[in-house]
Structure formats: C-alpha cells, structure tokens
Design a protein around this ligand. Structure first.
Ligand code: CIR
Length: 286
C-alpha cells in the first residue's frame, strides 16, 4: 500500500538542492512508499566506460525513450519514481545503482571504481539524505553498487575490477553495527556481481554459471539463464514482479515457467553501455 502523501515534498528534477529536503530520516513514520531514484540519460552516454563490449553507436533519443518506458515499468510495479537531473559531464550517470547501497537502516555512498564515475556521487548523497542516515566509502577503497547483492542479512560483494579489497573491508565495518555480514564473491568475465546473479524470489537466484558459482550462495536455489543470453542474469525484483530486458526472451520463458511475473523492458541502448535493469535505479522503501 502506498501513502506518498506523508513523504517530503518533491522538488526535483532540476537538481537536488541540499537543505531543501529533511536533513534526517523519518524512520518512525508508519507510512511506507516504495521509492525508485533514477537519473535522466546523459547526453554524453556514448562516451561511457566499456569493459567487455566494443563501442557501438548509441541512439540517444531511443535511449531516452527506453529509459522513460523503464521508469513507467517501475511505476507499474508500485514505485514512486524520483528522477534526478541529467549530468552532461558524466556519461554513465544514468546507472545510479553504482553510487549507493540503500539498506533498511542506512545508505552507503560508494566510491566508484572507474575514475570517470566519481563525480556521480555528489548529487546522490543529498537525494538519499532525505530517507537514510548516510555512510561513505573512502579512498583508497572502491566499491560499485552493481557489485553488491543483498541476500537478507548478507551483502555479497563481487571481487570485480571495480570493487577492491579495501571496499569490501570498509563496507563490512560500516554495516556490521546494523547486523549485516559482508562476503566477497569471485566473478569472472563480467562487469559486476549483479551482471552474473540476482535474486528473483524468496529463495531463488537467476545466474549465469559461466560468470559466478552458485555455491557462493548457500541456502539459495540457482536457476540458470539460457546460455544464448549471457546478460540475462540481471533481473530487477520489485514486490512480486521481475523487470527484465526484452533482449532475453529465452530466459523470459524459463522465468515464466518458474512461475514468475516477468515485465519485459527494451534496454538496447543502455545495454550498449554495459548497463542492465538493476543499474538504472535505486529502489527502497521510504
Ligand atoms: C560502467 O562501465 O560503469 C558503465 N558503462 C556501466 C555500468 C553498469 N552498472 C551496473 O551494472 N550496475
């Protein structure tokens, strides 16, 4: 049930002015809304970081239309979408997932592994400060939100090219007081842990067994993607629905046969920038 009326007044998308939103979280409120923070596609998206894909032309207008449809899919599954202003100097800034880890109790502002992405965090922090106490990953640590898979009270962190051992150790120290354990997970051949595995319901994971071992997640049953769709393991679970890229129809069939409510979204242009469905939002209960 959504009771958005009890939330702070909404004043974006012209940028977040620190101080215009409440300085401290109001966790005692009994009302709950599911918030999805997104960011408008940067006009510089074509200059994105690429690790595993060759650079191919990105249609910016199509990227923006697809992003709008993605935001509509978030609304359709019950989210209140709050879009941050575009960052023209930050090509990858649509991928807000990498800038923060939002837990029930606190939010951790990350220090992205790609130097070109460090400027993305400054405007995420005031946006999240309306809802959570903020903690920060500090140099020399690096951590991308796309590497953090929360499974109940365990935060699994991909040992990727973006998240270093200092990042894992700092995260562990920051969240231990709130009852979370942190575990590093080896990955291979992909950008982030959540490129390789995401949670699809209470006890099942969707994974690409070429990129991560199911044995890293005891107590969870792994469903393998269709091998013809290596990027299919990145699914965004919200409530009982699963937002999933339209580029992976074979895996949709697997998921539907497994009883899941799959919501297909076209993501071709952000996929060329190595982004998936989880990357484009930070979803949490207010
Ligand atoms: C990058 O390489 O950082 C971006 N081009 C893609 C980031 C995708 N984010 C994610 O998987 N969480």
């Amino acid at each position: 049930m959504l009771h958005a009326a009890r939330l702070p007044a909404w004043r974006w998308p012209c940028g977040v002015a620190p101080g215009t939103l409440p300085a401290s979280p109001t966790r005692k409120d009994t009302t709950i809304a599911r918030i999805a923070i997104t960011r408008a596609v940067s006009p510089a998206l074509a200059h994105c970081e690429l690790s595993h894909l060759p650079r191919t032309p990105i249609d910016l207008d199509l990227a923006r239309r697809q992003h709008a449809a993605y935001e509509q899919a978030l609304r359709d599954v019950g989210c209140e979408v709050r879009q941050l202003a575009e960052q023209p100097a930050q090509p990858d800034s649509v991928f807000v997932e990498d800038t923060a880890i939002v837990l029930d109790e606190v939010a951790v502002i990350t220090r992205p592994g790609a130097v070109s992405r460090r400027g993305e965090v400054d405007s995420i922090a005031p946006a999240l400060a309306a809802f959570r106490e903020l903690l920060r990953i500090e140099a020399p640590a690096t951590l991308d939100g796309g590497d953090v898979l929360r499974l109940d009270r365990v935060l699994h962190v991909g040992a990727s090219a973006r998240s270093n051992a200092d990042g894992v150790a700092q995260l562990a120290r920051l969240v231990a007081p709130f009852g979370y354990a942190v575990e590093a997970v080896p990955i291979r051949g992909c950008l982030h842990l959540k490129s390789a595995v995401t949670r699809i319901d209470a006890d099942r994971l969707l994974l690409n067994p070429d990129w991560v071992d199911a044995g890293a997640f005891p107590g969870f049953h792994g469903i393998a993607i269709d091998p013809a769709e290596p990027n299919a393991a990145n699914a965004l679970r919200i409530g009982g629905a699963l937002i999933h890229p339209a580029s992976c129809p074979r895996t949709h069939d697997i998921l539907r046969r497994a009883g899941l409510d799959v919501r297909s979204v076209q993501m071709s242009e952000t996929e060329k920038a190595e982004g998936g469905v989880t990357c484009c939002s930070l979803v949490f209960d207010a």
